[in-house]
Design a protein around this ligand. Structure first.
Ligand code: MRU
Length: 343
């Protein structure tokens, strides 16, 4: 299952705001369509945001026409997309890759230049699916047969080009014939676990037990969680991980109960320019997302709310990071530098 597709000159997105009730595809023909889809989370999940941004870059350049071969004209296109969501590193990684190709090809005729950009966006999408399958393979050593795995948010096919990171590891385990039990946190405020992870795994016949975010410690204390497996929005050079709000609490609980805690992410999520988690910008979203649930206001009039969309899990809580280039164990800095920076 792929949540993004390129079809007849437009980017089509499976609208994740409408799932699981309705499967509607949004058609984006302009830069602004893509930027709004990212901001409003019609498309979400770090790798999927990166892929959408790559196509958005192409669509913005297509509108510019011949002017797109000039770097100054393209800057506004990239700036609009970069302003959509600040935490997912794949967004910035994909924009940098598109700009690098644009520079290399700026001598081509406008038609050929644009064609090359469109090909690059498609290559980013295809490479992400391949990366997820590699993550799935590398993750098999940490998932024993019969494991009961707790996951948070949605780090599945919906959050990527397809197949998924954390859920990709579970898919690969299932393909290898392992039996699994999956506990999925509902993931307030936007319920990616309840709406998306339960939908995505359920339609493949995988057994998922949904729990509220506050139940995780209870199940760990009862010995009913063998490992925690989550995705990442940005990984700093020292291995600190920004991921969906609530991930940090799960990591602390896992440590307290001796449960292994793994992060699964492609190398395109690793930002070696940020030394540690303190340098990662955390997106603040509309307080109404907390004050309401499923579109219904649940807080009294006048109540206020905070809404950080992500938190940072310090690297000391991680048992390992499963990447498309291999499984890393502590200390993470040298491994990340080697896998991502070639150092
Ligand atoms: O706000 P979202 O839904 O975009 O947040 C998504 C997550 O936090 C995912 O865990 C992360 O992007 C990894 S997706 C493979």
């Amino acid at each position: 299952m792929r949540p993004l597709r390129w079809c007849d000159g437009a980017l089509e997105l499976l609208d994740q705001r409408r799932l699981p009730a309705t499967e509607v595809w949004l058609r984006c023909t302009e830069l602004e369509d893509v930027a709004r889809a990212i901001e409003t989370m019609a498309v979400r999940g770090a790798p999927a945001i990166g892929i959408a941004a790559a196509f958005g870059f192409y669509l913005g350049c297509r509108k510019l026409g011949a002017a797109a071969t000039a770097e100054a004209s393209r800057a506004a296109v990239a700036a609009r997309l970069a302003a959509t969501r600040p935490t997912a590193y794949n967004l910035f990684w994909a924009l940098a890759r598109m700009e690098a190709v644009a520079r290399q090809c700026s001598g081509l005729r406008p038609d050929a230049f644009l064609e090359r950009l469109c090909q690059e966006a498609q290559a980013i999408a295809d490479a992400d699916v391949a990366a997820n399958r590699a993550i799935g393979r590398h993750g098999q050593t940490v998932v024993p047969d019969g494991a009961r795995v707790l996951t948070h948010c949605n780090a599945g096919a919906l959050a990527t080009g397809g197949y998924g990171t954390a859920l990709g590891v579970l898919r690969a385990a299932r393909e290898a014939g392992k039996r699994l039990g999956v506990l999925a946190c509902e993931t307030r405020p936007l319920l990616q676990g309840a709406r998306l992870t339960a939908w995505e795994l359920g339609r493949e016949g995988m057994e998922v037990t949904l729990i509220t975010d506050g139940m995780a410690g209870h199940f760990m204390a009862r010995g009913e969680v063998d490992l925690v497996l989550v995705g990442a929005d940005r990984i700093a050079a020292n291995g600190d991980v920004a991921n969906k709000i609530g991930t940090y609490s799960l990591a602390v609980l896992a440590r307290a109960h001796g449960v292994p805690f793994y992060v699964a992410a492609p190398c395109s999520t690793v930002d070696l320019t940020v030394p540690d988690g303190a340098g990662i910008v955390i997106e603040e979203r509309d307080p109404d997302e907390v004050l309401c649930c499923g579109g219904v206001r649940i807080a009294p009039p006048g109540a206020t709310a905070a809404n950080p969309a992500f938190d940072v899990t310090p690297h000391r809580y991680l048992t390992g990071i499963i990447t498309d280039r291999g499984l890393l164990e502590p200390p993470f800095s040298p491994g990340l530098a080697r896998l991502v920076g070639g150092g």
